[in-house]
Design a protein around this ligand. Structure first.
Ligand SMILES: Cc1cc2nc3c(=O)[nH]c(=O)nc-3n(C[C@H](O)[C@H](O)[C@H](O)COP(=O)(O)O)c2cc1C
Length: 166
């Protein structure tokens, strides 16, 4: 199946590691995302350390799957580089590219939201020792999938309008 249509959130993983070459491909894809005025304000923190995974899980109730994953990527943006208010959009485009590249390379992944939950953002910033200008955006949890649910068909023609709303 086309990997664009095959992407789904995966929250169960095998013990298999993410190969370094695949990780680099995924990060290259992340950096290929568009950014407003080409500021490329994104940074990516690769987290393999199990103690860090435990600390993340204690902060982020909806990211418990990190405990069984080989790796997570924290997507952050530099507020001092971003153009206007576009940091979240820039980081979102990178996050989506990570999910798609992971799918293309045969990995399962899930986007765990951080922005715009202030409490979560503050706790993650503290855990990762982020400087003031570096804003956490999302955490992507990644690994070989242990979930064989088929991706859902999300095609809804009624969501499409032409020219104007009515
Ligand atoms: C902004 C955003 C935040 C999300 N946060 C979480 C999260 O914290 N934990 C989680 O398990 N899934 C999270 N998801 C994944 C959604 O739950 C998932 O994409 C949605 O249920 C649709 O399922 P699918 O990805 O399999 O198509 C998030 C997705 C987005 C776009």
């Amino acid at each position: 199946m086309d990997f664009l249509l095959a992407r789904k959130s995966v929250r169960k993983y095998t013990n298999e590691d993410v190969k370094q070459e695949d990780l680099e491909y995924i990060l290259r894809a992340a950096m290929s995302a568009p950014t407003a005025r080409n500021t490329r304000c994104y940074y990516f923190i690769v987290v393999k350390d199990k103690q860090m995974h435990k600390k993340i899980a204690s902060i982020h109730q909806s990211a418990q799957m990190v405990l069984s994953a080989p790796l997570a990527i924290l997507v952050v943006g530099d507020q001092s580089l971003a153009y206007g208010g576009y940091l979240p959009q820039d980081c979102a485009a990178s996050t989506q590219n990570i999910l798609l590249a992971a799918t293309a390379k045969g990995y399962g992944s899930v986007w765990c939201g951080i922005y715009s939950n202030e409490e979560r953002s503050n706790a993650i910033s503290e855990l990762f020792n982020l400087p003031n200008n570096i804003k956490p955006f999302s955490l992507v949890v990644l690994g070989k999938s242990k979930d064989d649910n088929l991706p859902k068909d999300r095609w809804q023609p009624e969501k499409i309008k032409y020219e104007t709303w009515q």
